[in-house]
Design a binder for this molecule. Structure first.
Ligand code: CUA
Length: 229
């Protein structure tokens, strides 16, 4: 999760988020180079006397400053397309989780396991444990196995919500009447926090998401306990 003074991206917990961070750094590097070059040119403009006895036209320089930016854009566009298609790839999921957005909480269904279902509300500040995270912890967490392909189906019951988890690189809108799909792979255990990121009403800020990433045998224990109860 994000903590104090963390202005960058969160540490990744999935291969896709790792790729997203690499792409971000790559694009930022190009952006800095462009900014420095343009900044330098604009600064040098102050010392230009605007007089050149021989200047009538500049075919060559115009060719260069037209084609060069196009080539630079290609270096961003092609990796971006690669990532876009990589994010949409579905690799035979072993667990499917359906998350439904409501005003203002999430509810979840494990369709593969006798439809285990529960609601997940934010823990109000006055009921928070001493080690709890304000505005981020929920009463019922999602438990999912790590090192497994997981499919998420997202929809909503009232207005548009968005199921967003920064550490996993997941962000999918839940729209009433539609069923959106995404997938991820968690490569370490831990708690991964997320929030709704579609302005969905007065309590939009208060419908967080918590995933408990656990080893597969722990997940089986948890789900079998819940199937039977
Ligand atoms: Cu749900 Cu914002």
């Amino acid at each position: 999760m994000s903590t104090w003074a963390n202005l960058g991206l969160q540490d990744s917990a999935s291969p896709l988020m790792e790729q997203l961070i690499f792409f971000h750094d790559h694009a930022l590097l190009i952006l800095v180079m462009i900014t420095v070059l343009v900044g330098y040119l604009m600064f040098m403009l102050f010392f230009n006397n605007y007089i050149n006895r021989f200047l009538l036209h500049g075919q060559l320089i115009e060719m260069i400053w037209t084609i060069l930016p196009a080539i630079i854009l290609l270096f961003i566009a092609l990796p971006s397309l690669r990532l876009l298609y990589l994010l949409d790839e579905i690799n035979e999921p072993s667990v499917t989780l359906k998350s439904i957005g409501h005003q203002w909480y999430w509810s979840y269904e494990y369709s593969d396991f006798n439809n285990v279902e529960f609601d997940s509300y934010m823990v109000p500040t006055n009921e928070l444990e001493n080690d709890g995270f304000r505005l981020l912890d929920v009463d019922n967490r999602i438990v999912l196995p790590m090192n497994s392909q997981i499919r998420i189906l997202v929809t909503a019951a009232d207005v548009i919500h968005s199921w967003t988890i920064p550490a996993l690189g997941v962000k999918v809108d839940g729209t009433p009447g539609r069923l959106n799909q995404t997938n991820f792979f968690m490569n370490r255990p831990g708690l991964f926090y997320g929030q709704c990121s579609e302005i969905c009403g007065a309590n939009h800020s208060f419908m967080p998401i918590v995933i408990e990433s656990v080893p597969v045998n722990n997940f089986i224990k948890w789900i079998s306990k819940n199937v039977n109860s």
